[in-house]
Design a protein around this ligand. Structure first.
Ligand SMILES: Nc1ncnc2c1ncn2[C@@H]1O[C@H](COP(=O)(O)OP(=O)(O)OP(=O)(O)O)[C@@H](O)[C@H]1O
Ligand SMILES: [Mg+2]
Length: 377
């Protein structure tokens, strides 16, 4: 696996029980997964030589992030290396413009968008679709970095200026009046066998995923549409491994926000919440092995991310305290605490969402000694 963050760390953990030795290409020795894995190579995912020597030592190469040079992956494929998901899929999911264009062309519902090369184009788009409008960095954004809600022409002008100074290509899209955010996580094998996880409701604040609620609080009809959409997109782009499809619900309809072709934050609930976790199914899929059941193991599952607070509290030190709730399942990623950084997550299985969520929130807040957010219905 190229990349050694928390996704690789949890994939590694899933590999242990299957007896798979997952080798990692880590940028730094203190990356979350590099701290726990036995077979770690240090190297940059940008370097062709590093990727090539790494791929040569693996049967299958997969990823914990998409910040890899897709041209390098194409030449590795030409040299006969097994890259899953493929270089084409990685190229697609690392570029918000390509994603929008491809999904649009395939007939999947996406918000109105336009790639813009200057202020005039951005303003013309906003005039047509109204303010606020949303500017996005075409590449490299995550956790809301690279997403800007623009209230008017002044904000647009300063974004265009900053972006051109920093060499950032911009996309603009209509501001969607989001009723809920959802994610459908799918695992797909090379031959096409695919399974979908139960639909997840994601709670985002400031562009960062904070909470997962399963099952999502939507009608069965919408849930089925989301599932069909996820499976259809996985098939259409030919992904191998996990595909997470982030969705908006607006005016009762689904819109595709973005795709991630790797294990994803919105699938973390599956570790305890489902028969087979997204991490295990990612491994099975990229190895072309039969996929495991995605059946839910409780009526309700809530996952709350542990985000670094303003005070430097070390979550590990809080464990003895928060473990007093015997039903909470805690995952810490071995990362150094910094404000807003994802340091871990907490999952609770319960008979109803409200109690699962309030216990997961209390524990997640206790780990960084902040006060828990109240549960709203
Ligand atoms: N067109 C839009 N209208 C309204 N809100 C939006 C729009 N696009 C994005 N958002 C909000 O910003 C969040 C982050 O957007 P997006 O997923 O595109 O960015 P990202 O930083 O790449 O996220 P990730 O960390 O999932 O990769 C969304 O979850 C949503 O809450
Ligand atoms: Mg997103």
């Amino acid at each position: 696996m190229v990349g050694a963050g928390q996704l690789a760390r949890m994939t590694y953990q899933a590999g242990i029980s299957l007896g798979i030795s997952l080798k990692l290409l880590a940028e730094r020795p203190d990356d979350g997964a590099a701290l726990v894995a036995s077979d770690v190579e240090l190297g940059s995912p940008d370097s062709y030589d590093a990727l090539s020597s790494f791929a040569s030592s693996c049967d299958v190469t997969t990823f914990d992030h998409e910040l890899v040079n897709a041209e390098h992956l194409r030449s590795l494929e030409r040299d006969g290396h097994c890259i899953r998901p493929s270089a084409d899929v990685v190229a697609l999911v690392q570029n918000k413009r390509s994603m929008r264009e491809r999904l649009d062309r395939l007939g999947f519902p996406v918000p109105p968008y336009r790639a813009v090369s200057g202020l005039a184009e951005l303003l013309a788009f906003a005039e047509r679709h109204g303010w606020p409008t949303v500017g996005k960095s075409i590449r490299g954004g995550y956790d809301g970095r690279g997403v800007w809600v623009l209230e008017g022409p002044d904000a647009a002008e300063s974004l265009v200026q900053t972006a051109s100074g920093a060499g950032i290509d911009l996309l603009v899209e209509a501001f969607v009046p989001i009723e809920r955010e959802l994610a459908i996580v799918v695992a797909r094998r090379p031959g096409g066998q695919a399974v979908a996880y139960p639909l997840v409701e994601t709670v985002q604040r400031n562009g960062i995923c904070h909470e997962l609620l399963v099952p999502a609080r939507v009608s069965p009809v919408l849930a089925e549409q989301a599932r069909d959409l996820g499976l259809a997109i996985a098939e259409a782009i030919g992904v191998v491994g996990i595909l997470a499809v982030e969705l908006f619900v607006a005016k009762g309809r689904l819109l595709v926000n973005e795709l991630a072709a790797r294990p994803h934050n919105s699938g973390h609930f599956s570790i305890e919440g489902c028969q087979t976790s997204q991490f295990e199914n990612h491994l099975r899929a990229v190895l072309d092995w039969p996929l495991g059941s995605t059946d839910l193991l409780a009526q309700a599952v809530a996952t709350v991310n542990v985000l670094g607070g303003t005070e430097s509290v070390e979550p590990l030190d809080q464990l003895p305290e928060v473990l007093s709730d015997p039903g909470v399942r805690i995952h810490l990623y071995g990362k150094q605490a910094r404000p807003g950084r994802k340091l871990g997550h907490v999952t609770v299985l319960a008979a109803d969402l409200e109690s699962a969520l309030s216990r997961a929130r209390r524990t997640a807040a206790g780990l960084v000694r902040s006060s828990a957010v109240e549960v709203a219905s």
